[in-house]
Design a protein around this ligand. Sequence first.
Ligand SMILES: [Zn+2]
Length: 191
Amino acid sequence: MESHPNPESLKLVQCPNQALFTKASPVIDFNEYTKLCAERMITILKSFDSGIGLAANQVGLLYRIFVCQNNLNEPSIKEKSHSIYINPEIIEKSSNRISGDEGCLSFPGIRGSVSRHQEITIRYQNIDGSISSKTVKDLEARCFQHEIDHLDGINIPQVFGKKDFNKNRITLNKLKFPFQLPRPILTQANH
Ligand SMILES: [Zn+2]
């Protein structure tokens, strides 16, 4: 992969694109290029009705950036806005985990239950490099954990329980999912 593709040329990549299975690197330069890439990610995310979050790996860019729709826990808010999270780190997580159905723009046709922490606090950087933290719960926390997994090269089939993984096997075959991959979090899922 070219390390600095033209932001305008970025587009959604799908399984089995190697970027999805690669750990992304921290952003060090908070420059115009980083800003253009993040803004392009929001444009791409908004072009999919079903998408609520998008990680840089999903546009073939191996930097630790994700974008997420705001106010996910308040469906009554009709105005859709998005935020950019750079170099996110989970600094606190609830011991309480909840299983919920997830899909992924990069894995069309795949759906299954994933166990996530109900509430997490992340520390992250903004587009100007300043540091913020944010505590989120429920769907917002689920989305953040899904996107942070992407930045580590981990995708939903790798965190499904055995039953949900097998349920998706035919579609995963069609998507040329690399079945030889270790599925590191599987044993922690409460299935
Ligand atoms: Zn995803």
